[in-house]
Design a binder for this molecule. Structure first.
Ligand SMILES: *Cc1c(COP(=O)(O)O)cnc(C)c1O
Length: 371
């Protein structure tokens, strides 16, 4: 019997810069007495991020959800938006709260992303956009989705909340579609405590987003639209500046951890994991496995519970499926793959400060449970 972990091992831990470095940088906030509303650190962080994401147009927000909400508003969408049920509820909420109807499309077993070949039958005269999610940071089939969008004159907004730092064939993941949303929430690979950003093609959207995140205030004399407050503060920007220094190193660490997980699981037939395609620069932010109970005679939920006995707290991302929540019980959908995956998926602990020793111990414990 393997000993349990002394302290709870959670699915993730936020990446934090050196405490002293944060204290040092926030001194600049005190010096200026400017704590939010497009301050100097906000401006500096936005520039750094623009460089890192190799993106011409970027706007910061106080969180990813309000960024996504603003993306939807900015394109003045109407009617129906095709999306995936295999996501965090934020995606569907952003659609619904703008008075639009989410239409749920099934996913693929290969990467759990929206099935581009199932989108077309869902398009009708009410459809105005497609809102796919790069699930676990793995890129959707961008070229096929864009071809459909062009054919039917639809907008494309990517929920890239998981995909910070990801590149596809050398192109930043934020460069595809009309707009992409990144989340910098504490649980994501790159965090600004809470935070988010949009990257986008049309540079005229910059002014729109500045209105959308600041009550629609155009200037001292004019409020031009009805809008939210979704501004990023200087404290968040400080965290972003420091964490951006560490991001490449953090991704490298998570890559090594992922490889150790993969090598352990390659011997176990009932544990399914997806290799990372070679044309992708990946961020290793999540470690999802799927439990095929027909091969190992134990269900996901039992493994989930047994791991708790060892002080390992995994997460069933994404369970329940959005379409199986009470909030979306009014919407009809038929997404068998998404249902299948949602009932079998388990995200294991992975974060930059995790050690190889911890990963090996998690794997050994899983093997013991499967015995
Ligand atoms: C985290 C997340 C969001 C929301 O981002 P916040 O910054 O937490 O508001 C949206 N979509 C997905 C897929 C997410 O994982």
């Amino acid at each position: 019997m393997i000993e349990k972990f002394e302290k709870p091992l959670l699915v993730t831990e936020p990446s934090l810069p050196e405490y002293e470095l944060y204290i040092k940088i926030i001194k600049r906030i005190w010096d200026k007495k400017w704590i939010t509303n497009n301050g100097p650190l906000h401006i500096e962080f936005e520039e750094l991020l623009k460089n890192y994401l190799k993106s011409d147009n970027i706007t910061l927000f106080t969180n990813g959800h309000l960024a996504l909400d603003s993306a939807i508003r900015s394109l003045k969408l109407t009617g129906e938006v095709i999306t995936t049920p295999f996501t965090f509820v934020s995606t569907a909420h952003a659609i619904s709260m703008n008075g639009l109807t989410p239409v749920f499309c099934d996913i693929k077993m290969i990467d759990y992303n929206i099935d581009e070949d199932s989108i077309e039958p869902l398009i009708n005269e009410k459809t105005s956009a497609i809102l796919p999610v790069h699930v676990y940071g793995r890129p959707c089939n961008i070229s096929k989705i864009q071809r459909l969008a062009d054919k039917y004159n639809l907008k494309v907004i990517y929920d890239a909340a998981h995909a910070f730092g990801v590149e596809l064939d050398g192109t930043s993941i934020g460069d595809f579609g009309d707009i992409s949303m990144f989340s910098f929430h504490a649980t994501k690979i790159f965090n600004t405590i809470e935070g988010g950003a949009l990257t986008y093609k049309d540079n005229f959207l910059k002014d729109t987003f500045n209105l959308l995140k600041n009550f629609g205030i155009k200037n001292e004399d004019e409020v031009s639209i009805i809008a939210l407050n979704a501004k990023m503060s200087e404290f968040q920007a400080c965290m972003g500046i420091l964490n951006l220094n560490d991001i490449d190193n953090n991704i490298k660490k998570c890559k090594i951890l992922t490889e150790l997980y993969f090598s352990n699981f390659s011997e176990i037939p009932g544990i399914i994991f997806n290799q990372i395609p070679i044309n992708i620069k990946y961020n290793y932010a999540y470690m999802p496995i799927m439990i095929d109970e027909t091969k190992i005679c134990i269900k996901r939920d039992e493994i989930f519970e047994r791991l708790k006995e060892y002080n390992i707290f995994t997460r069933k991302y994404f369970y329940p499926l959005v379409t199986n929540t009470f909030a979306y019980s009014h919407i009809n959908s038929n997404t068998p793959n998404a249902t299948y995956v949602s009932n079998r998926i388990l995200c294991l602990p992975i974060f930059s400060d995790m050690t190889l020793h911890q990963v090996q111990k998690v794997c050994d414990i899983i093997k013991e449970i499967l015995k």
